[in-house]
Design a protein around this ligand. Structure first.
Ligand code: AMP
Ligand code: GLY
Length: 423
């Protein structure tokens, strides 16, 4: 089989490595991929948002199955366009990807179907939003409606901050059209859990839970990033909470999307907050998370391609999805300065013996040498019998990888360890 994976980050590298385990796979094309994946896939220099070119490449190459991993091409209809040419895909059609593409849509969906989430108001008029903020409870959360490279959420600790956020989105258009509408919502507190799930639109199978570390600095200080590391499973996510989430959130969401004529197939990511009043949805993503995928897929015992095809074919109920009873930790090695300005172009050395455990995100090949080429450069994932062992082993990997100007958090998994001690 010839497989195409659209996207170019660490998440895509983890997907590619896992798909490769299937003996029927002859060749994997990464579109565009990155230089760090060259040993695992054939790199195709087409941008992940260039849907016409992607479809043309897939047709000409005789792609048997396509995986569209990032949010942008999904929301732009990459799956629809590939399916039209008869190419089966993993991922939702545009009309279902809207669950991530529009926060107004997802909030209204949750309200209509009684799915627990933060209370909210929607505004398309800036003056009305500013007036509302005069008396709204503080802290409050301001969210741009559309995709905003993961930056469209502002937690405002003061009324002025909240108003500034509204002005920057609705007047200065810092996120373009994504800020035409804003959601202003209740500030929730509690541990956060990421639950990725496989779904064929009828059946939903949650993957092992995980915990992201979004802030740039140790002890959750500094700016928000795309994610500086992950652990799985998430110790806050007990069996009792999982059962409750299935009943109150996962199944109701899948059924709601079907009832709306927007059947969701692929990976639906539930960003949850475990509040005093039970689990609530913070956000939906229409795709695998990054860097959640880099801890979840290494723990998947079943064959990934088989499970993906089952979501496409509607046979997930008859397909085994099994996870190892182990722990995983992924530490992201970034360029110092990320998520703002940073230097790149430094040679990366990864010992061959550990290359299987490294997922490359921001790197390029130049004269056969791998050079750092982004904010998040790579992630190193280790598996262990305990969380403690997984953490120690992943930092052991990090110490064997070198590039100049490198930076990583030293406390990935520390909060999870503390949660375990308190349990
Ligand atoms: P996102 O950029 O959409 O991944 O979300 C950013 C982060 O904002 C989430 O991971 C939460 O930590 C936080 N967040 C979003 N909504 C709320 C809320 N209603 N209350 C508290 N924190 C929130
Ligand atoms: N790690 C969060 C995300 O992928 O959106």
């Amino acid at each position: 089989m010839k497989i195409m994976v659209v996207g170019g980050g660490g998440r895509e590298h983890a997907i590619i490595k896992k798909i490769k385990e299937n003996p029927a796979v002859e060749q994997i094309f990464a579109v565009p991929g990155n230089g760090g994946m060259a040993n695992d896939a054939t790199l195709v220099p087409i941008g992940a948002k260039d849907i016409d070119a992607i479809v043309e490449f897939a047709v000409n190459t005789g792609i048997d199955y396509a995986v569209v991993a990032p949010d942008d091409p999904l929301v732009l209809g990459a799956v629809d366009a590939l399916q039209e040419k008869g190419i089966p895909c993993f991922g939702p059609e545009a009309k279902a990807a809207i669950i991530e593409g529009s926060k107004v849509f997802s909030k209204n969906l949750m309200k209509k179907y009684g799915i627990p989430t933060a209370a909210y108001e929607v505004f398309n008029d800036m003056q009305a939003a500013l007036t509302y903020l005069e008396t709204a409870p503080i802290p409050t959360v301001i969210k741009a409606d559309g995709l905003a490279l993961g930056k469209g959420v502002i937690i405002a600790m003061t009324r002025d901050e909240a108003k500034d956020a509204v002005r920057s989105m609705m007047q200065d258009k810092v996120f373009g059209k994504s800020g035409d509408n804003v959601v202003i919502e209740e500030f929730l507190t509690g541990p956060e859990v990421s639950v990725l799930s496989f779904t064929d639109g009828e059946t939903v199978v949650p993957m092992i839970s995980s915990m992201d570390h979004k802030r740039a600095g140790d002890n959750d200080t500094g700016l928000n990033t795309g994610g500086m590391g992950t652990v799985a499973p998430n110790p806050y996510y007990t069996d009792a909470i999982a059962e409750r989430c299935m009943k109150e959130i996962f199944l109701p969401t899948i059924r709601a999307m079907k009832a709306e004529g927007r059947t969701f197939k692929g990976c639906l990511y539930f960003g949850l907050m475990l509040t005093e009043n039970g689990p609530k949805v913070i956000e939906y993503n229409c795709r695998f998370g990054d860097p959640e995928t880099q801890v979840v897929l290494p723990l998947l015992e079943s064959d990934l391609l088989t499970v993906m095809q089952a979501t496409t074919n509607g046979t997930l109920a008859d397909t085994e999805v099994k996870f190892k009873n182990e722990h995983a930790c992924c530490v992201i090695m970034a360029s110092a300065g990320y998520p703002t300005a940073y230097e790149k172009g430094y040679a990366i050395t990864i010992p061959a013996a550990i290359a299987d455990q490294v997922y490359v995100a921001g790197a390029k090949l130049s004269d056969g040498k791998l050079l750092s080429d982004g904010g998040r450069v790579l992630g190193a994932t280790a598996i262990g019998d305990s969380l403690e062992q997984a953490i120690a082993a992943s930092y052991d990997l990090v110490k064997q990888i070198h590039f100049d100007n490198q930076y990583y958090r030293t406390d990935i998994g520390a909060r999870a360890m503390q949660a375990k001690r308190e349990a």
